[in-house]
Design a protein around this ligand. Structure first.
Ligand SMILES: [Zn+2]
Length: 121
């Protein structure tokens, strides 16, 4: 299984991922549309955080199931725990060394269509 070294921009967060993905995904939810990442999905065991656990910020919104991680220092989105599959992670492929996004097809996933919780009034 190929192994990729991953990092945010400033290098505070470093990780490695074992993955042999067949596709990339985008998501059109209100968060992903703004961060505009191409992602691969991996089982959570496939990602190992090597450095920067204390530098990893977490953004949680709406249902609170998905956990979106990014670097406190440089702000780059690195990976997130998925809402639809909480034992899987979505990983920002642009953080991976030697990964060629152009070699894989891109599948658009439906995030905008996922139910949102109404704010409690
Ligand atoms: Zn950083």
């Amino acid at each position: 299984m190929p192994r990729y070294a991953g990092a945010c921009h400033c290098g505070d967060i470093r990780f490695e991922v074992e993955a042999d993905p067949v596709e990339l995904t985008t998501c059109d939810c209100s968060l992903c549309a703004r961060r505009n990442a191409l992602m691969i999905r991996v089982p959570q065991e496939a990602l190992r955080l090597l450095a920067g656990e204390d530098r990893l910020a977490t953004y949680v919104w709406n249902t609170g199931v998905a956990r979106h991680h990014f670097c406190r220092r440089c702000g780059v989105y690195t990976f997130h725990r998925k809402r639809a599959a909480p034992d899987s992670l979505g990983v920002n492929v642009f953080c991976l060394d030697g990964f060629d996004p152009a070699a894989l097809p891109v599948r658009r996933t439906d995030g905008a269509g996922m139910s949102l919780q109404e704010p409690q009034s």
